[in-house]
Design a protein around this ligand. Sequence first.
Ligand SMILES: [Zn+2]
Length: 261
Amino acid sequence: MVIPKKFKKICAACGDVNPKINKEHFWPEWLIERTVTHRTSIRFGSKKRINPRAFTVPLCIKCNEDFGRELEGPVSRTFTDLETGCGISDIEAELLVRWLWKFEGLYWIFAHPEDIYTERYTLRKRVLQPLDDIRTILTLAISLVEVINPNFGDAPMGIDSWNEYSAVFVAGVFSRVAIMVLFRQFEPYVPPQFSLYRFSEHNAPDRDAKLFYPTIGFRDCVEAVNVTKNSALYLSHIHDLKARDRTAKLTSEYSGSGLEI
Ligand SMILES: [Zn+2]
């Protein structure tokens, strides 16, 4: 993907003008290590293959540092807990959602340089702040993968969703974790291999208790990628339909150029 020139002077995540800009690895280093993709290349966007370490995106230093500390650090530990069967808490489930939105959002912003991300939040706010009221209508779906297929060469690392209007749905397979965030109403379209987690209310007392133990739904990573991709096609489509429907109902306060939460 070609990064539009605009983002040399404007931070794609917070919108600050003329901040100190840094290059951030689109794929975090911990994930590249975990998936052993540093020795190889991955498919991204188009059919072209790229080395994940070579793909950097410009962000202001503050966003870069805050994303690293608030998202990448905790999420890498959450991945370890997931892959070792330790389960995750409500707080960790929420972190995974915001982490997925970071990938999806950055990609969208670089692909739509003239549009605003969402009317309600900058990408920075959306991925660093706690989930708002949307949490009670969201579902996190996770399926673990038993083994990495040696023929695959490396572990999977990629987003498999294709929505253009919805800022909610994201699906992908990362290492031994197949994962989706979706509106709860679309749960019936999630493949049965996935375990579903519904978020508790804001003030639930046990938000840091381990309470979600996704099961191993896939024999290997090839099956996980295939099933996730296939179901994500339809799920992307219905999330987009919902987003466009909502946009059409909104009046002048919405410009219609951004993503719909
Ligand atoms: Zn920034």
